[in-house]
Design a protein around this ligand. Sequence first.
Ligand code: ATP
Ligand code: LTN
Length: 332
Amino acid sequence: MKKKVILSGSTVTGDLTLGNYIGAMNNWKKLSKDYNCHYFLADLHALTTAQDPKKLQERIFSFFAQYLALGLDPEENTIFVQSHIHEHAELAWILTCLTPMGNLNRMTQFKEKSQHTSNINAGLFSYPVLMAADILLYSADLVPVGEDQRQHMELCRDIVVFFENRYGEGILKMPEAYIGKQGARVMSLQDPKKKMSKSDENEKNFVSILDTPKKIEKKIKSAQTDSDTVVSFDSENKTGLANLLTIYSVLSEKPIDDIVKDYEGRMYGHLKVDLAELVVETLTPIQSAYADYMKNKDYLEELMRKGAVKARVRAQETLKNVYKATGLVPRS
Ligand code: ATP
Ligand code: LTN
């Protein structure tokens, strides 16, 4: 039987955080065996916010190295850079012409992001259409994402319907979001009502996977928790603590109830010290693998090239069919 196709990506901004690792890459790794997985670096998406060109280019290499260091195997998966496959931008344009403004106006991520920037460009607004193109280009069956992307996935499915109404069925595959049960929403350390985000201006809000042990300890010890002292899991009233317990549970692969029992009669401080140690232990080998990859840019470039060659096969096929359906003349 043919394996189902999986596709997911992360925007090339900042460095990956514990939230990305727990909510995304850690799950991506586990899917490699049973699915035909495509993981990409969304560098075109990064352009929706102003980028320093030199830094962006460095970051693309750094992100690629972070993917590899987190354990994504380029032999088992197709790992590539979005802008290396020009079909993403081409399909995005066709889908943009099918997407009503009203649907984009409802996107809560756009509303949130546009409140915090003076650079409200058309790319920021139509970002979810590019995301839909990323997914539909590979005829992905499943899209592993965190909870924050649920609305964009719904829009992607709506876009398939708009396309089918105009051009007919059987050309684009209807994808489904694949949202993990635990860790789908790791929260900010200082403001546990919002999600941990790598482009957060306040770096105390997140743990980057490249943070030094000292920084990690400091950030976790100063994580916001309530004034109670009894360790228990209550995501409504003890959001900060619940977040720390979730991170602990995913990294230690121990059920939350067992962790709560271990801390019976002990203070939050003990849990924080142990969690910081666990995070450092998890990230140390990742950081050393990252440093090794970053020493060899030629090797990274070679892997980017190979990934693009593999990815392009599916992308070209879909775009050709879309061109035919829309009345454009497919490239010979
Ligand atoms: P940005 O701050 O640039 O918007 P981000 O940290 O939200 O970035 P993305 O690149 O948008 O990260 O997302 C990459 C993947 O990580 C997506 O699947 C997303 O759902 C997931 N993800 C991001 N933040 C979290 C989080 N706090 N908890 C769980 N999953 C997350
Ligand atoms: N918008 C996503 C990143 C992203 C993505 C995708 C995820 C861009 N294109 C396609 C899955 C599939 C985000 O997580 N912010």
